[in-house]
Design a protein around this ligand. Sequence first.
Ligand SMILES: Cc1cc2nc3c(=O)[nH]c(=O)nc-3n(C[C@H](O)[C@H](O)[C@H](O)COP(=O)(O)OP(=O)(O)OC[C@H]3O[C@@H](n4cnc5c(N)ncnc54)[C@H](O)[C@@H]3O)c2cc1C
Ligand code: FES
Length: 480
Amino acid sequence: MESIWKMDLECGEPKPLPDKADVIVIGGGMTGILTAFVLSQQNADVILIDGERIAGGITQNTTAKITSQHGLIYEKLIKGAGKEHAEMYARANQQAIGQYRSMIEQFKIDCDYKELPHYVYSLESEEQIVKEALAAQKLGLPASAVSEVTLPFAVKGAVRFEGQAQFHPLKFIEPLAKKLTIFEQTKIRSVEERRVSTEKGTVSADYVVMAAHYPFVNFPGWYFLRLYQQRSYVLALRHAATLDGMYIDANSSGYSFRNHEDLLLLGGQGHRAGKHPGNCYRHLEEAAAKFYPESSIAAQWSAQDCMSLDGIPYIGAYSRSTPNLLVATGYNKWGMTSSMAAAQILTDRIMGKHNEYAKAFSPHRFHPKLSMAELSSHAKESAVGLSKGYFHRPLRELSSIPNGGAGVIRYQGKRVGAYKNDKGEVFLVSAKCPHLGCELSWNADELTWDCPCHGSRFDYHGNLIGNPAEEGIKLDKLSR
Ligand SMILES: Cc1cc2nc3c(=O)[nH]c(=O)nc-3n(C[C@H](O)[C@H](O)[C@H](O)COP(=O)(O)OP(=O)(O)OC[C@H]3O[C@@H](n4cnc5c(N)ncnc54)[C@H](O)[C@@H]3O)c2cc1C
Ligand code: FES
């Protein structure tokens, strides 16, 4: 199920990998492309390596709202991280919107860029809205509390941010990628602070930037203890409505809306990756039919993003002991402005310049008031996923799995994931995630095996489709 943004991007003729570069960027999503591009504008000799195709990860499945309004976060940030950090967060993201505008103007990028207000609405509390609008105003953001919206249902209120934007993310990336030195489909074997080994050769550099969405090097860094992934689903609707702006529910179980050309993108059904509640597309279709009875579905897709413990991305040195290995991740589903902020922060660091916002995004900060609830829930999920008890969950009999269904069975003494397609063909994979060994669970909406611990994903043939795992889970296919 492909998103409406998907397109084949050209990145020039394949060349042999060089032995040396100033900077190696790993990953060609929005983060990697922007970081490599901003660095190249400062005359750095930068190469970008992607294990697959560029812009083939989360960036092609986003809803691409460019906004500094990341939910009702500002009151919480002021209380949990302090006014200084909240201000840095607000300004870095607000500045990122301006940087998109300038790049699009300067390089004449035709990417359906449109400036619009962004709203966070609440179905529950007007008071919450008023408090957030005041907090955002205090930080200098263009916020107001409103009661009128163009949504198909009544709300208690909404916080409106002026001068936000939306675009087509891959049309934006295409001309930038053409100016970069990119090596696609280059599998990485190992990453060190100043060296990356791949199946096509080894490159040394002064800096290595990990922009692979989930930082897949476990030690140092320990990102698997402080990141999990959250999945959500999108429908592109024809004959729905043209809204006056972009919208998202303050409640994470609610909906997101934005137009693109004559389509309306309706997002929702968020859940922790690997904890699939079932029928996500069907519930979203029911919502579409209720809100817009005349509408029809033009496309549908789903994707997941990395969530940090305190709601602030991790941008900076990968670990205290690796100052030349850098990282940008944990965007909490707000990767458009966050990746622009990351490109600037990481470029300044590499160029030896002070960046006024870097401190707020440092991967080594700790805000206990913001982090503790997520930390204990993530630790619990990972512990359950890895625990012996989990691996003693009752197994299914292959014969009890209906066509179109899946379950974990015992096969040749191993716990194995079995999927039966509509014709009754059986596809077996290892049920153990190759990242850190959690047991995988079935996502019936996408026909994938997903990991509840850190969100790695595999198709039912066993191919890896989402990191941090670096290899697939293939076994032999059986026909019955
Ligand atoms: C449903 C949904 C809607 C969203 N909507 C919005 C929105 O409206 N606004 C917003 O700001 N944000 C939004 N986001 C978040 C945003 O899309 C992401 O944060 C952002 O796209 C992440 O970009 P990235 O470059 O970090 O990762 P990716 O785009 O995933 O890029 C990572 C790249 O790294 C490569 N890679 C991975 N592993 C390796 C490896 N081992 N070796 C080499 N290469 C590797 C991949 O092939 C890929 O090309 C949304 C997210 C979701 C899930
Ligand atoms: S993604 Fe970490 S154990 Fe599966």
